[in-house]
Design a protein around this ligand. Sequence first.
Ligand code: BTN
Length: 277
Amino acid sequence: MVAFPLPLVAREAGYRVIGFDSIGSTNAEAITAARAGEADKLWFAALQQTTGRGRRGRAWESPYGNLAASLLIQPNVPSAALASLGFVAGVALNDALSRLLPDVSMRSGVDGADGRIGRSAARIALKWPNDLLADGAKLAGILLEAIPRQYGHTAVVIGIGVNVVAAPQGLPYPAVALSSFNPAIDAAMVFETLAESWVRWYDVWDNGQGTARIIERWRDNAAGIGSEVVVQRSQGVLRGIFESIDDAGHLIVRDDEGQRIAITAGDVHFGTTATLR
Ligand SMILES: O=C(O)CCCC[C@@H]1SC[C@@H]2NC(=O)N[C@@H]21
C-alpha cells in the first residue's frame, strides 16, 4: 500500500483513497469493489499497473512512477446522464494539469531539476472524446466504465492515466510525459491536484444539472477546433473540419460536401495525413 494524499476539500466531501505501489488495473479493482457493494466516492490510485486498460479494448502502459487513478461513484441519476461524466473528468484533469504546469511554462530556459532545460511552454488542451494533450502530444487518457447494480442503479468507474515519468513509444500519435516539462512533479502531486479539482467540477456537474456548464468549459479548452480531422468510426473513416462540440458532447464535423455530422464515438486524428490503426 502507498499513501496518496487526499486534499482536505475531498476528505470533507466524503472521498477516500486506497493507494497501491503496483496493481493489475485500478479500474478492475474499482469494479470489483463496486460489485462487492462499495458505495461511493472511493479512489484507487497506483504508481504502476501491470494490466492497465485503455479505450476500445487497448492496453494502457503504466510504468512505475506514472499515475493510474480510478474513482468509483454512484450518482443517483438516469443512466443517460452518466455519459457526461467523461467530460467532468476531462475538465477536472485539464484544470489540474494546467495548475501543475504553468510556472514551468513561464520559466523559459530555466534548468529543470535534473539539469535539463525546461521547455518554454506547455499548452494543455482536451482532445475529444477523452484525451488530454500537452503541446499536442497525449499526456493523459480517461476510461469510463459503467457497472449495473441492484434496483436499476449504475456504478461508474472513471479511470485516469497520466504519463508522469514516461510516455509510451511507437504509437500512431505523439505521447509525452510530465517529466519532460517539469521532472519535479510526481504521481502523488498529480493525484492530489486532480482529486481537488474533481471535487470542484463534480459539484458543478450537480447530478447532471450542470452538464451545460461542463460542456462549455470542455469546449473552451478543446484542441483542434477549426482544423482538419480524420475520424475513425465503426462505420468507417470520416474526413472533414472539426467545427465544435455540441451541447450533448458530440463531435461536430463538417464533411467535404458541407454536411454537419454529429459523432458519438470514434478516434480523432488531427490533420489529413493521420496514420490510422
Ligand atoms: O486513453 C485511453 O485509452 C484511456 C486510458 C485510461 C487508463 C487509466 S489508468 C487508470 C485506469 N485503470 C486502467 O486500467 N485504465 C484506466
